[in-house]
Design a protein around this ligand. Structure first.
Ligand code: UDP
Length: 333
């Protein structure tokens, strides 16, 4: 499996930063969070407190290790004891179906949760990382691509994605205010579409990769929304985690805002065809209505991330093969 059996090469210089240190990870039982916890364990973290209300996360996602303690709490209510060297705030539902069902909880995690974690970082002197999102760019016009961190975004305050997009934007502003006015050592990562094992599966979650893979494996039609010409750039989760940790550990990143993802842009229809080919499914494709405000194109400019030593390594076909293997296990195929 492409996982953290070995520490990624680019993170090796930071083993000394991690060894024996105290981490707090909100959302650590979720998809990206649990891979990140695995990586920190592999790097020698002393103790990791995971704060996760398990709404979409699952304790089984986390490796069994006595250094990890999971508190079933919401990030905005949590008052964990102890001193932390690093606080990483990832907690938030991130799938577009949750934007309709749980808008208030999403805003609480991204606004009140961010504030609560920033206050803890201020109190304990911890280095802070906020997991923001490419959604802060909204639905950008073609001329804004590839998306640079300086681009202001084209977000609809009235649309169904507003609860997520706008609250992540407020979360970013909070981080910058705590850096400026309260001397918190903070930084912001804008995560682009990430996929891989442990993403919640079809039937529980509406993200495109688990949907297509599980549909293909059970022989159902692959549901392409709209024409399928809309694009995304898919990044395998170990690459995303490596980018996040580079931003956290590298010297001189205080106050930085950095895109992390893969810049291999493709249409949703192309993705459906690749999944069809890799699974060997007989499933066909059905076209369904495009959700409102679904961004037409998304591709990161990774120039800034590359200055930190970031470079996504996992090829889409290899990452998808791992993902297919994982869902085969879950679905008993
Ligand atoms: N999508 C799709 N079929 C699905 C799920 C999603 O065609 O079963 C499309 C969706 O409309 C979007 C893209 O795939 O254009 C990525 O969707 P996802 O929910 O994974 O992420 P996001 O929209 O947040 O980038």
């Amino acid at each position: 499996m492409i996982s953290f059996e070995n520490v990624p090469k680019e993170l090796e210089p930071f083993l000394g930063e991690v060894k024996g240190r105290m981490f707090l990870v909100t959302g650590g039982a979720g998809f990206i969070g649990s891979h990140l916890v695995d990586c920190l364990l592999k790097m020698g973290a002393g103790r990791i407190v995971v704060i996760d209300n398990l709404s979409t996360g699952n304790v089984d996602n986390i490796s069994k290790d006595s250094r990890v303690e999971v508190l079933n709490e919401r990030a905005e209510n949590s008052k964990p004891e102890g001193k932390f060297d690093f606080i990483l705030h990832l907690a938030s539902m991130a799938d577009p179906t949750a934007f309709i069902e749980h808008p208030i909880e999403i805003m609480d995690a991204n606004i009140l949760g961010t504030r609560n974690m920033l206050e803890l970082a201020e109190k304990t002197g911890a280095k802070f990382l906020f997991a923001s999102t490419s959604e802060v760019y909204g639905n950008p016009p073609a001329e804004a691509l590839p998306l640079k961190e300086e681009y202001n975004g084209n977000v609809s305050v009235l649309g169904p994605r507003a609860c997520y997009d706008e609250s992540k934007r407020v979360g970013e502003v909070l981080v910058r205010a705590f850096i400026q006015n309260r001397k918190v050592d903070g930084r912001i990562v804008r995560i682009f579409n990430t996929y891989g094992p442990k993403m919640k599966r079809y039937g529980q979650y509406g993200r495109v990769v688990p949907n297509f893979v599980c549909q293909a494996l059970v022989g159902e039609p692959l549901t392409v929304y709209g024409t399928g010409k809309q694009t995304r750039s898919f990044c395998y989760v170990t690459d995303t985690v490596a980018g996040m940790l580079l931003l956290l550990f590298r010297e001189g990143t205080k106050g930085m805002i950095v895109n992390v993802g893969n810049d291999n842009e493709m249409s949703v229809l192309e993705l459906a065809n690749i999944v069809t080919e890799l699974t060997g499914t007989e499933s066909n494709i059905v076209f369904k209505e495009l959700p409102k405000d679904d961004p037409l194109r998304r591709k990161p400019d990774l120039t800034k991330a590359k200055t930190l030593g970031y470079s996504p390594k996992v090829k889409l076909e290899d990452g998808l093969r791992e993902t297919i293997k994982f869902y085969k296990g879950i679905l008993g195929k």
